[in-house]
Design a protein around this ligand. Sequence first.
Ligand SMILES: [Zn+2]
Length: 308
Amino acid sequence: MQVFYATQFVLPLPAGHRFPMAKYQLLRDRLADELPAVQLRQALPATDGELALAHSPEYIQAISDGTVDPVILREIGFPWSPAMAERARRSVGATIAACRAAFNEGVAGNIAGGTHHASADRGGGFCVFNDAAVASRLMQAEQLRRGRRLRVAVIDLDVHQGNGTARIFRGDDSVFTLSLHGQKNFPFRKEASDLDVDLPDGCGDDEYLHALEGALGELERRFDPGLVIYLAGADPHEGDRLGRLKLTWDGLEARDRRVFEWAWERGLPLAFAMAGGYGKRMEDTVQAQVNTFGVAAQYWQRWQNRRR
Ligand SMILES: [Zn+2]
């Protein structure tokens, strides 16, 4: 299973910054040690032209040359540096590469990405560019070259609403945005996705899985995708500092399995990205993500078995 990374570009963050940047390298190390099916591949940076499929040229330029509005930079929550701009491009590149690999092999992943708070002309909430949005539009363009109209379902199970993705695809009926999120969590002003499911504080496994089942059913009634991009946020876990939900390890894994199973049953290629995870213990976030890759590898293996 091909997994794309940009972990060599570490954002220089001030001491005590609350973003757990080290989790990406930890995850990469654990995947290399524990999951032999995973082939780690370095991501290429997304180009200006690719980014412009979902972002304004002015915003892309401002991020590239460090002239981004200080208000927007504060909302992103990272100081600007050349490494910050490069890493943001590579993270989008990793989701693009994962989507292409998913068309060939059924399932592929990005060790980072899932930066769903970024909209066309501004970032926010640790998100600079919106990888799922850029990759959706690029895959549509690439498939159109082959005479196929591609419809993409973005299944966003990060605990925070995918407000940037919702904004970008508002009025675009070729991409279905589904977001299951904590009702009282950031962002406090929600955007309208194609399907939003608000969950109460303290929501546990059963309630969550029931809500997911209903959402997948509604997605299926309303939309017929040819590709799934799955944002497998680790932050619904009960050990998360920011999540406010109470999913156990088993609940999170059942969530992942349900999404992979749903795509598999329908023969849909699936690319996944990590999105958020702010465990009180960073190892817990990494464990949740390793678990996601473990489930993903099982479904990747099914695709390979079916082709033989
Ligand atoms: Zn999140």
